[in-house]
Design a protein around this ligand. Structure first.
Ligand code: UD2
Ligand code: MN
Length: 583
């Protein structure tokens, strides 16, 4: 149980210590040790010699040091304390319609209080950090495109309710050319009435996508620090101050809160990670964003479990940065389209050009993970090359050296050569600021990426796998693990018909791999950590052989791919790879 309240008393603290030990994590500090280590020590004689003592946050047990908004009791309203909202069956149909429209259940959201209490998901230590009073001021920026009403305004309420008023300079809303009626005058009037000048609403005159809209918001903001959140979040206890404190200590730090989950259907608030396990943001070589347990080596750099730690990257939506530093870095690459990859662009740029990215365990913010993306990409849409991939390529071409670019193009060979627009400005920035290499980044910051995603061996062959002389191709369907591999007419559009055979005998499709499972039918599987596999393709005979089982791939009467005894006279066992560039 993560939120089980152990209380502030000595007994509760002891129980908490025992549980900590059981988790086999870092030893928690004893109350005495913590007090001793952090008891302010400047005696007068020392003060004369060193008049400027840099203020430090202090962990002092017994007395909570956090900003506490006026206490609100848990009410009997739906969703209180982060509970799931249960809908009567007659509202289910309407709920489904809203899920389809917004990616989350607006019927459920509409029932939840604007200031509902959510469970405190932080590490137990967090309540006892005392942060210096003088902190930079913050502009919280929310960009939105066709969001639901109650989820959007609950985000604003939550920011305002949970932030110390003297530190929250403003909330900047930027509407990315929404066309929903409830986001026009209804929103303007609501915001004006509830928040007055504190909340500012700006609108784009055309669809820009979330990345350019955020840059726009950063230009409009006036606080010392800019904090970005998605327009469907709820902030947890004292979330803002620990972020600001990292930036106060070092203005080149990007401070990232830990993201809790809010269920798209029930609005239930639950932590994705327990308070004792620390994760950080990484990537695989096709640039799908991943999270991974932080290596002990990083955790050991800190004294306390609840202290911030370094992370290679972040999920994208929620973070704080010094406003001027953001602009000094050139903000986001303006060539990035609509959605995706901007998290890598910014974090690689920060790390390689002298800053750092830190995740802050005492700052937790809930985010509704949608069940699908409810909006299209507007004029940036290209049915044969997703703008997300173009974004990845811009990042790869600017921030990586050849060796690392090659890993990306090994994973996505059909992207090679796609025109990505002009990147001279980005390259010039990198040069002028003497930014470090990607190799440096991989060796010093993202070294544990290799544990999950070793360098991919080169491809021996890739493309559609066609039955020789026919227009029938291997097809992995959704590409989800467990899906069988079948045979279909070749469509040339890539997706589930793109396969790669590497020199280690592994056949991959997207981020997944292919193996045979019991019954000898080919399936999509989660790739083994070591990039090796059982496959061998003989170009001459066309046969694809499973070396361990000594069987070859054949077409079954069920239109699936089966392993059968190898027979080079069978035309259904002859395969050729045909490279395709769908764009
Ligand atoms: C994740 C991030 C998101 C962003 C994205 C990659 C989290 C929790 N979320 O996707 O912030 O980094 O990855 O780019 O880390 N929006 C616009 N214009 C658009 C599309 C979206 O303003 O054209 C707004 C949208 O209303 C929302 C925000 O941008 O407030 C993020 O969009 P999302 O919630 O659809 O992205 P998400 O959470 O799937
Ligand atoms: Mn989101």
């Amino acid at each position: 149980k993560l939120n089980e309240d152990v209380g502030d008393d000595a007994e509760g603290y002891r129980r908490w210590q025992l549980r900590q030990k059981a988790h086999n994590q870092l030893k928690p500090p004893t109350r005495e040790a913590a007090d001793e280590a952090y008891e302010p020590k400047p005696v007068e004689s020392q003060l004369e010699e060193a008049p400027v003592v840099k203020e430090e946050a202090i962990l002092r047990f017994g007395e909570t040091g956090n900003f506490e908004p006026s206490a609100r009791k848990i009410s009997s309203k739906p969703g209180e304390n982060g509970a799931a909202v249960k809908l009567p069956s007659n509202e289910r149909m309407k709920a489904e319609i809203t899920i389809n429209e917004f990616g989350f259940n607006m019927v459920a959201s509409d029932k939840v209080a604007m200031d509902r209490v959510i469970p405190d998901t932080r590490h137990k230590e967090c309540r006892f950090w005392h942060y210096p009073e003088s902190q930079p001021s913050a502009s919280v920026i929310l960009v939105f495109h066709n969001e639901g009403f109650s989820t959007l305004v609950r985000t604003i309420h939550s920011v305002v309710n949970t932030s110390p008023p003297e530190l929250l300079k403003e909330v900047v809303l930027v509407d990315d050319f929404s066309d929903k009626r409830h986001l026009k005058t209804e929103l303007e009037q609501y915001v004006e009435k509830e928040f007055g000048d504190l909340v500012k609403l700006y609108r784009n005159s055309q669809r820009e996508g979330l990345i350019r809209t955020r840059s726009h918001g950063a230009e409009l903001a006036t606080g010392d620090v800019i904090v970005f959140l998605d327009a469907h979040c709820e902030c947890n206890r004292n979330w803002l101050v620990p972020l600001l404190d990292e930036i106060r200590k070092d203005r080149t730090t990007m401070a990232v809160p830990i993201v809790d989950g809010i269920d798209f259907n029930t609005m239930a608030y639950t932590p994705v990670y327990g308070a004792d396990s620390h994760f950080s943001g990484i990537f695989e070589w096709g640039f799908f964003y991943k999270e991974k347990l932080v290596p002990q080596r990083e955790l050991n750099k800190r004294k306390h479990m609840s202290e911030p730690y370094r992370s290679p990257t972040h999920a994208g939506g929620l973070f704080a940065m010094d406003r001027k530093y953001f602009h000094e870095l050139g903000g986001y690459d303006p060539g990035l389209k609509i959605w995706g990859g901007e998290n890598y662009e910014l974090s690689f740029k920060i790390w390689q050009c002298g800053g750092s990215v830190k995740w802050v365990p005492c700052s937790r913010v809930g985010h509704i993970y949608r069940n699908h993306m409810p909006y299209g990409f507007g004029k940036d849409n290209d049915p044969f090359m997703s703008p997300i991939h173009v974004n990845y390529m811009r990042v790869v071409e600017v921030w990586m050296e050849d060796e690392f670019k090659e890993y990306f193009y090994t994973r996505e060979p059909s992207f090679r050569g796609y025109p990505i627009g002009n990147i001279t400005k980005q390259l010039q920035f990198k040069k002028e600021h003497n930014c470090k290499s990607f190799r440096w980044f991989m060796e010093n910051i993202a070294y544990d990426v290799y544990e999950e995603y070793p360098k991919p061996p080169p491809n021996k062959a890739w493309g559609e796998i066609r039955k020789s002389g026919s227009s029938l191709c291997w097809e992995s369907g959704s590409g989800q693990p467990g899906h069988t591999v079948g045979i279909m007419s070749c469509h040339g559009a890539g997706h589930g018909q793109l396969f790669r055979l590497n020199v280690q005998g592994q056949i991959g499709t997207g981020e997944r791999c292919i193996d045979s499972q019991s019954g000898g039918i080919l399936h999509v599987i989660v790739c083994a950590r070591e990039p090796s596999g059982p496959w061998e393709w003989d170009k001459g005979s066309g046969m694809i052989r499973h070396k361990e089982l000594n069987k070859c791939v054949d077409i079954g009467t069920d239109h699936k791919l089966h392993l059968k005894s190898c027979d080079n006279k069978l035309s259904s066992m002859k395969w050729e790879f045909k490279e395709v560039f769908p764009w």
